[in-house]
Design a protein around this ligand. Structure first.
Ligand code: SAM
Ligand code: SF4
Length: 338
């Protein structure tokens, strides 16, 4: 039995005679990291005997979806988890300061951004919706979780059905505010078609990195070709439809996308838009010879945008001191095993 997707978990329960109300109570308990039979009414008065008998086996199955192989505390209160999936593959989750968790959606990634460790080996496999939720359950077993960012390993747009199923459960049974579910993507037309239709509409983070289409295509070689101006326009429509701003992400690479021409481009694209710019200084990973700009330059860039009426934040990735670049922990563990 392998319950990688939420639909399979629900089907398994139905096969044991569960009704929708039983399913909901069990999924609610699971997503809160509680025993599966917990709830206000005693289990023997609520569940049919067959369902109750199936719960220990189901609990073991769900626990096997994602286990913590190692945990690394950061000085900023974050913790990076190397998570082992049922088939032995590993992904990273990050417990963020202030009740957040960052989860992975794929093992590897096909976009191949030149500065990202995760994209180095291409896509190895998709995560099922239950494996994505299981990372939140692992986090909730350790700390309160009120925010989930789909910003770990993988491109959520390339695993849309599983990510959207996970989002729906997290925004309902798991009781996470919809604006606190953050879908982070390089941009893909399917995202703008599907996200507005969901029962739970997450906040959107768009990884922009350049306002110049040619440079963006070099940095994000396999991202869908959407002109940055059009991407911002699509983002703006979604922001207006949902009422939450688009969080633009910009990995700062010295000498590449930290110049005044890019700043002018950002002002041109984002002025008057319902948007926040997050500058994230590059985290060094082995391989490409990128550098992060000085903190002073990054702060000056944020100030420049602020003076032009664009809200800009300068962020350190969580857990700088613990292989902060996404995918580094996994890469290190594989290298050590080898
Ligand atoms: C790992 S990606 C996952 C979500 C999605 N694939 C995306 O690109 O938005 C999340 C963010 O991490 C950033 N990132 C990746 N590698 C980085 C590095 N070495 N230093 C700083 N940020 C990095 C990406 O630019 C992206 O904005
Ligand atoms: S930054 Fe995002 S899209 Fe690019 S390779 Fe890494 S995970 Fe994939």
């Amino acid at each position: 039995m392998s319950l990688l997707r939420l639909e399979l978990v629900r089907q398994h329960l139905r096969d044991h005679g569960a009704l929708p109300c039983h399913e909901e109570r069990i999924l609610r308990a699971w997503t809160r990291a509680l025993p599966l039979d917990s709830g206000p009414v005693p289990p023997e008065d609520f569940f049919p005997a067959r369902v109750r008998a199936a719960l220990p086996g189901l609990a073991a199955e769900l626990a096997g979806l994602a286990r913590v192989r190692s945990e690394h505390m950061g000085a900023d209160g974050s913790a990076r988890l190397l998570v082992e999936l049922g088939d032995g593959q590993t992904v990273e989750s990050v417990l963020l300061p202030r009740d957040g968790v960052c989860v992975s959606t794929q093992v590897g990634c096909a976009v191949g951004c030149t500065f990202c460790m995760t994209g180095r080996d291409g896509l190895l496999r998709q995560l099922g919706s239950a494996e994505i939720v299981a990372q939140v359950v692992l986090a909730r077993a350790r700390r309160p979780v009120k925010k989930v960012a789909f910003m770990g390993m993988g491109e959520p747009a390339h695993n849309l059905d599983n990510v959207l199923d996970a989002i729906e459960l997290l925004g309902t049974a798991a009781n996470i505010a919809h604006k606190n579910l953050v879908f982070s993507t390089v941009g893909d037309r399917r995202v703008f078609e599907r996200l507005p239709l969901g029962l739970v509409r997450p906040a959107l983070a768009l990884s922009l990195h350049s306002t110049r289409a040619e440079l963006r295509a070099q940095l994000l070689p396999k991202a869908q070709r959407i002109d940055p101006a059009e991407l911002v326009e699509l983002g703006e429509q979604y922001a207006r439809a949902t009422g939450y701003p688009i969080q633009y992400q910009w990995t700062l690479l010295a000498g590449i996308n930290d110049n005044d021409a890019e700043l002018d481009g950002i002002v041109r694209l984002l002025k008057g838009k319902y948007a926040v710019m997050n500058f994230i200084p590059y985290n060094e990973v082995e391989g490409p010879a990128f550098r992060r700009p000085s903190w002073e330059r990054a702060a000056a860039m944020s100030l420049h945008l602020y003076r032009h009426g664009i809200l800009a934040k300068l962020r350190q990735s969580a857990g700088q001191d613990i292989d902060g670049g996404c995918g580094q922990l996994r890469a290190r563990s594989i290298a050590q095993a080898a």
